[in-house]
Design a protein around this ligand. Structure first.
Ligand SMILES: NC(=O)c1ccc[n+]([C@@H]2O[C@H](COP(=O)([O-])OP(=O)(O)OC[C@H]3O[C@@H](n4cnc5c(N)ncnc54)[C@H](O)[C@@H]3O)[C@@H](O)[C@H]2O)c1
Length: 318
């Protein structure tokens, strides 16, 4: 298909564009920042530009991965978040409907499920999060605008019959966490594969599967994250003694970590459950916590990217 990929210069976009091409799709990349996979420089908020791109390039499907995300809260106004994440999504959906498309894939975020209370981890058990979790009370403008965009996807299906797949992806960014400093870098990312991270390669693959499955599914929201080794019944113990639960599932984890001077989490406050994506879309991440441990055991390179210096390409070099 002739696919419009927004955010083609970004971290996800630079992995997703080649995945789409290798599967036989012709990709038009659109981004406000230049990149090797970006053919059109411009904003999703620019409706006239989108109409021109759809017409000139004969676009047949959209994967909408571009936009402002969590680190951008410090750099952009709430109004800009609304223009890019909400109006931009509406523009793309309306262009897709006008062009008679039968599918639309939207990159959303698990972050919108995190209320202030969940973030504070005040409860005495970990919070188990899947597509049925609610009420959804995003705690910042990023989550609020992503949730609004999800709603636009839902009504595009209900009112216009455009199949819309919403991928609520967990973390795949390569840079350091903007709030947590300990444990640092690779150790924190490795820990997150237990309950709240996936590789960017798996994120890219999920989008390809969503594109292919969309017409059969209709509308659906899917949590996309590495399969967690935990079960709902572990939630109280995860909060109290995460290392104990981890030791049962992975008896050599503590020793492998110690050999690298890493630390396992002592307490886990939330778990993302991606089981629905596996059941309905047939998608499962290839890289999980067991793969991280296997790399430690074998002395192999870690199976995830870590780049503390990564900055979104739209930001001027400092
Ligand atoms: N990185 C993560 O861990 C993570 C987690 C969950 C969801 N997401 C979502 O994944 C998507 C991709 O994020 P990423 O990590 O690759 O971030 P990124 O910042 O590297 O890429 C986003 C891209 O969108 C582009 N963009 C920004 N405003 C635009 C506009 N108005 N029009 C067109 N393009 C625009 C940027 O220039 C950038 O290239 C985003 O929708 C983000 O919300 C990311």
């Amino acid at each position: 298909m002739r696919v419009l990929l927004t955010g083609s210069s970004g971290w996800l976009g630079r992995f997703l564009a080649p995945v789409l091409r290798e599967s036989g799709h012709a990709v038009t990349g659109l981004d406000v920042a230049p990149g090797v996979d970006t053919d059109v420089l411009g904003s999703v908020a620019d409706r006239a530009l989108l109409e021109r791109v759809f017409a000139e390039r004969g676009i047949e499907a959209v994967i909408h991965a571009g936009g402002l995300h969590k680190p951008d809260i410090a750099r952009y106004s709430a109004q800009t978040f609304v223009e890019v994440n909400v109006t931009g999504t509406l523009n793309l959906i309306e262009c897709a409907v006008a062009a008679g498309h039968d599918r639309f894939v939207f990159t959303s975020t698990t972050s919108l499920m995190i209320s202030q209370a969940i973030r504070d981890e005040a409860g005495d058990a970990a919070v188990w999060l899947d597509e049925t979790s609610g009420p959804i009370e995003p705690r910042n403008i990023y989550g609020v605008t992503k949730l609004a965009a999800e709603g636009l996807c839902r009504i595009a299906w209900l009112e216009q019959g455009l199949a819309t797949i919403v991928l609520r992806t967990s973390r795949f960014f390569p840079e350091d966490d903007d709030t947590h400093r300990t444990p640092s870098g690779e150790n924190l990312k490795a820990n997150e594969f237990l309950h709240r991270r996936l590789t960017v390669e798996d994120a890219a693959r999920a989008h390809l599967v969503a594109l292919e499955r969309a017409p059969a599914v209709g509308h659906g929201v899917f949590v996309i994250s590495a399969p967690t080794p935990f079960a709902r019944g572990d939630c109280a113990e995860l909060k109290r003694d995460a290392a104990g639960v981890i030791a049962r599932a992975f008896p050599d984890a503590a020793a492998l970590y110690a050999a690298r001077n890493w630390t396992l989490p002592t307490s886990i406050g939330r778990v993302y459950d991606a089981e629905r994506a596996e059941r309905v879309l047939g998608f499962r991440c290839e890289t999980d916590f067991a793969a991280v441990l296997a790399a430690l055991r074998d002395g192999a390179p870690l199976p995830f990217a870590h780049d503390p210096a990564y900055v979104s390409p739209k930001e001027p070099a400092r």
